[in-house]
Write a protein that binds this ligand. Sequence first.
Ligand SMILES: Cc1ncc(COP(=O)(O)O)c(C=O)c1O
Length: 401
Amino acid sequence: MLNPEYRAQFPALKHKSYFNYGGQGTLPQVALDAISQSYDYIQTIGPFSIAVNNWITQEANLTRESIAQELGVTAATITLTEDVTVGCNIVLWGIPWQVGDHILLSDCEHPGVIAAVGEICRRFGVTTSTFPILGLAENNSPPDTQGSPEQILASIDQHLQPQTRLVVLSHVLWNTGQVLPLKEINQLCHERGCLVLVDAAQSVGQLPLDLLDLEVDFYAFTGHKWCCGPEGLGGLYVNVEVRDSLHPTFIGWRGITMQEPKGWQPDGRRYEVATSAFPLYAGLRAAIHYHHQAGTAIDRYQRILNLSQYLCQKLTTIPQIQVTSPHPPETGLVCFQVRAALEVNSEKLANHGSIVSTLEQQGVFTRTLASPDCIRACVHHFTTTAELDHLVDRLAKTIPN
Ligand SMILES: Cc1ncc(COP(=O)(O)O)c(C=O)c1O
């Protein structure tokens, strides 16, 4: 049982029931304080001064180290970015594309990443296609039956082409909460001569991670979702083995050495650009540290699984609801559909947007997703069963009969 005092330290949780951690996490008070103290420090000691510049270098080093520990890698492999999408763009634009190269995407990727791939194809004569994950399960199986790891690997295998240079997929699918078999996927793609860019928006801060063991090439993540850090600070891991083949595209003073011999920074800093909101660094570190007080990464993930299992069971007591996430849940992302009518076999879905909006007016925060058309409720390790009971109670009262 989590100490109630732990939860009380999230100002955003005071007067609402919050289930949008996959969109944005709630900042703990210690993170807010750390950000504010950093802004104060800069104004008091600078803002532009030798002392502040040294302090910024130290803050950035500490932040790369703190993130690296969460991922099981060295700080030298971490680039500080703004968000997931910037990290994906650094990789997508940094590969020296040749006309005829191919990019393979899963059918569950985020629109921003899909758009970036589309523009690469248009500019460089690269082609793209998708491999299916949704709907991989046997025909006529219920919507909560997901493709197995073997089916997902077979799907990738079938869709890889001799010209495929990069596979783009999410570690945790944002629209179902399924965890992909990343190590096996990386091994398969490496055997077939291509690299893998992982969208880690929904995994960092949620799953216990060891990127070396997972044999990852590129892993783009953010601090503002499951880590509960501030918006505007994320990161990218680039495996040292592939760093020299990934050229910096956005270039500035942080990525280059100022002394002779001039060149790129020898590590992940080469993809960093210039002035950023440096006070956020202390905020993210404080948020990461705050999670540690609630147990190890394994303990916290287990608590998330127990809570999402509890939510799924409760949701199935409402006859119109069909949970579309894997069963049992693999993460804290719980997706479900609401049928418009109670008739058996009715395919028509309720207006999920209107349900989410009614819930929000009552202080219960969830979101809709377009594909599959569903509502998503996220549970974090500090979510309570009382909060989940309240969500299900409000849903039961909101759903049209
Ligand atoms: C899977 C996935 N990728 C990318 C993003 C975009 O994240 P960011 O705004 O940090 O770039 C999200 C945000 O919801 C996401 O869920």
